[in-house]
Design a protein. Structure first.
Length: 84
């Protein structure tokens, strides 16, 4: 029975570590790319306003957002009129 060569074992371990690190770096580059971030953000907004099961608009969430926008615009208009 031959003894395993400690040098080749260490070299193999270093090579495996390099491969894992290269994979990790590739994943980080993919996750941090502007296109990937934009796709992720669009998907998260779409998930709020479109029902994923049916693909139909999620009216309660759309109406809530519209109500907030109308409220903010109304508040801005009222504050401008008061400041005159």
């Amino acid at each position: 029975m031959t003894k395993p060569d400690p040098q080749s074992s260490l070299e193999r371990e270093i090579e495996e570590t390099r491969e894992r690190l290269a994979g990790t770096i590739d994943q980080l580059l993919y996750r941090s790319s502007p296109k990937t971030i934009a796709r992720r953000e669009v998907a998260s907004v779409r998930a709020v306003y479109v029902d994923p099961a049916t693909g139909q608009p999620n009216m309660p969430n759309i109406l809530k957002t519209a109500g907030v926008v109308v409220g903010v615009v109304g508040l801005v208009v009222a504050l401008r009129r008061l400041s005159r």
